[in-house]
Design a protein around this ligand. Structure first.
Ligand SMILES: NC(=O)c1ccc[n+]([C@@H]2O[C@H](COP(=O)([O-])OP(=O)(O)OC[C@H]3O[C@@H](n4cnc5c(N)ncnc54)[C@H](OP(=O)(O)O)[C@@H]3O)[C@@H](O)[C@H]2O)c1
Length: 313
């Protein structure tokens, strides 16, 4: 995995909102005027160029983000860039480029899905990813107990990419601690995790610190809570106060709070537009201890219930 130079920003860019016309983030539908494949490819490249110009060198995609892998792979080749690329298996995109589909993605963490999606990712990206993650692993899917899947992932890990998992739901910490304890012939095949951490849902923090201490790569996703910690959301008074004190937008403060976590190797921006990205980038300049925001946290159950109710648009 290419090690970015030490002065590389720890901010990365995720393509969940750039690789397909529909997504759950607040007000997403308004951001993308023209949703044809070519228009969205051009739009994604414009945001990627802005991210590159700002020094970002970590990019995250997934098999289920529509054409995100294809857009990212094509852009890297066209620009001749070398970057750290992550992708994920386990969700299949089924929305057929529609925003009003009844179902947008289907989850399956079995060996057939892995064996189908790995070559698809290689073909779409046009290269091997540096990080390859189980998409939204939970204890309920049983994937962490599936020896055949673990053996296949260990084979992939043996050729130099970091395999691991992304977690979702109120049980992220339990899922991660189970993954930290997985062994195959005495060795843990995993060495990377991507998890939701933000001011409303910080519950996975301690487990992420354990993963970092174990030498895993730790990536933060959903740092602005799918738009709730941006100007589009209802901003809690304590956050509004810190925004005034730092003369910064809520998204920048929320991302800075994630960047302040010593165990976070990369924090993903999920910006859908160049304007949003420029606002997010301000996080790199903000220095504070953010302790005044510790009381913003919701119960994980409430947080994930609210997220589950967010409409695809
Ligand atoms: N299970 C998984 O593995 C998983 C799950 C989720 C995300 N991820 C990864 O993490 C990345 C980021 O997560 P995310 O996009 O889901 O959540 P997020 O980063 O919490 O939310 C990003 C969204 O917030 C809104 N936003 C950001 N900056 C804004 C600003 N300045 N003003 C107004 N709105 C702003 C945009 O929503 P609009 O689109 O509405 O404008 C943007 O798409 C994804 O791209 C993906 O790579 C992985």
């Amino acid at each position: 995995m290419p090690i970015p130079p030490s002065n590389t920003p720890r901010l990365g860019l995720g393509l969940a909102a750039l690789g397909r016309p529909g997504y759950i983030n607040l007000g997403h539908g308004e951001d993308l005027e023209n949703k044809t494949v070519d228009a969205m490819r051009q739009h994604a490249w414009t945001v990627l160029d802005a991210a590159w110009a700002a020094g970002l060198r970590s990019f995250d995609a997934a098999r289920s983000y529509g054409r995100a892998e294809e857009f990212l792979g094509g852009w890297l080749r066209e620009r001749g860039h070398t970057a750290t690329v992550g992708s994920k298996w386990g969700y299949t995109y089924v929305a057929d480029w529609r925003t009003d589909a009844d179902t947008h993605e289907v989850k399956s963490h079995d060996l057939d899905t892995l064996d189908r999606q790995w070559p698809e990712t290689l073909a779409s990206l046009g290269r091997r990813p540096d990080l390859y993650l189980i998409h939204s692993a939970t204890l309920a899917t049983g994937v962490l107990e599936d020896r055949r899947v673990l053996a296949r992932l260990a084979e992939l890990g043996a050729v130099g990419l970091r395999v691991g998992l992304s977690t979702s739901g109120p049980g992220q910490a339990d899922t991660l601690r189970r993954a930290l304890a997985v062994t195959l012939d005495g060795v843990n095949p995993f060495s990377a995790v991507q998890a939701t951490w933000n001011l409303l849902e910080p519950s996975a923090g301690a487990a992420l610190a354990e993963a970092h201490a174990a030498g895993w790569t730790v990536v933060v996703k959903e740092a602005v809570a799918n738009g709730r910690l941006t100007g589009r959301g209802q901003i809690p008074p304590a956050l509004a106060r810190v925004c005034r004190e730092l003369n910064a937008s809520p998204d920048a403060v929320a991302l800075a709070a994630a960047l302040a976590q010593p165990w976070a190797d990369v924090v993903l921006s999920g910006a859908t537009t160049v304007e949003q990205l420029e606002s997010n980038l301000r996080a790199l300049e903000l220095k504070s201890d953010f302790s005044a925001l510790a009381d913003l946290s919701e119960s994980p159950g409430d947080y994930w219930q609210t997220r589950a109710e967010m409409a695809w648009n």
